[in-house]
Design a protein around this ligand. Structure first.
Ligand code: PHE
Length: 343
């Protein structure tokens, strides 16, 4: 019987030795150590043995049982270790492989110009004001001295949403918003960059484009202040040598009104294809704030005066960078967009 037990013992050790997968462990454990196993069935023989023999036999079975159990534990550890190692090997990270390249976007030329112009005016003590893109007829036109039926409305063919609301056709309504918020007390010194909408569509006009409005209201403001402000702007934006000239013009909300030209930065004023031989390039509209606008927006015209100007964002960018088609601004072509970044 002893031999039989030793035979089972060595067979068990062999079986344990040949286990290759963790899943087989339980199976082997069942075969050799479960209550129904061959080894355990020998327990019932103990009854027939004398006292001493019974003790020796019991010890033998127990030691075999313990040994098998220990060997199973050892095997389990070895297999777990091997499994972990295999997992680590399969997940190895090769730091020498080239990384995925994410192409970097760049600031849009539209925003480059808005930021550059903003910085110039912030440097002169201006604040940034914003207004809604969906405007009322009152703010887009009436408070700017353009009553219903006024012919100047034709110049800004607009997108009306209903009788009273429209996509603003200019940033000038921000003038009225800011003035009304001040309840007749100056000074005001703001610029307002933003999108505007008109029924326009060709190489230099888009149904949506950007403007930057400027407004200064204070006591003793005159045309000289406007001219020197715009001169400083033109030189900062287009180079120290730029000169500025004003031509008389008409806007309903300014009186007098001017169209402002800068000396051509391409030819220096001699005349070339960019300035169409004139030596001058038109860049913006401006003027002294019309007394009617001041009054409607709550300012005392005997105390306060002001000037205003409006400049087209894409127009400045097109001049500065030599861009020939406004539609390129909205095509979202990375190859176009990234040409203008200095960083
Ligand atoms: N709002 C005018 C336009 O869009 C520009 C302008 C602004 C003119 C302020 C004078 C003063 O044409």
């Amino acid at each position: 019987m002893k031999e039989k037990l030793q035979e089972i013992h060595s067979k068990a050790l062999n079986d344990i030795e040949s286990i290759n997968h963790l899943e087989e462990l339980q199976n082997i454990r069942n075969i050799y150590l479960s209550k129904k196993s061959e080894l355990m069935s020998y327990m019932s023989h103990m009854r027939n043995l004398s006292g001493e023999e019974r003790v020796a036999f019991g010890q033998l079975i127990n030691s075999i049982k313990e040994d098998i159990s220990n060997k199973l534990e050892e095997k389990k550890k070895i297999l777990e270790e091997a499994k972990l190692q295999e997992k680590l090997n399969s997940e190895i990270i090769d730091f020498t492989l080239p990384g995925k390249s994410y192409s970097r976007g760049s600031k849009h030329p539209f925003n480059i110009i808005v930021d550059e112009v903003s910085q110039i005016f912030i440097g002169m003590g201006y604040q940034i004001a914003e207004g809604p893109e969906v405007e009322t007829d009152e703010f887009n036109f009436e408070l700017l001295n353009v009553p219903k039926g006024h012919p100047a409305r034709d110049m800004q063919d607009s997108f009306f949403i209903d009788e009273t609301n429209l996509m603003r056709s200019q940033t000038s309504p921000v003038q009225a918003h800011v003035m009304l918020s001040k309840h007749g007390v100056g000074p005001i010194k703001i610029i307002s960059p933003g999108k505007v909408y008109r029924r326009d569509d060709d190489a230099t006009h888009s149904h949506q484009f950007g403007q930057i409005e400027g407004l200064v209201i204070d006591k003793n403001i005159n045309m000289g202040n406007l001219l020197s402000t715009l001169e400083l702007f033109a030189k900062s934006m287009f180079g120290e040598k730029r000169e500025v000239r004003m031509r008389s013009s008409y806007f309903p909300f300014t009186e007098p009104s001017v169209e402002v030209d800068i000396s051509c930065f391409e030819c220096g004023g001699k005349g070339c294809s960019l300035c169409k031989g004139t030596g001058w390039i038109e860049i913006l509209g401006a003027g002294m704030v019309h007394p009617n606008v001041l009054k409607m927006c709550g300012f005392d015209v005997n105390e306060y005066q002001g000037f205003a100007f409006g400049v087209g964002v894409e127009r400045v960018a097109m001049l500065k960078y030599g861009i020939d088609d406004i539609r390129k601004f909205y095509a979202n072509d990375k190859r176009f967009n990234k040409q203008f970044n200095k960083e």
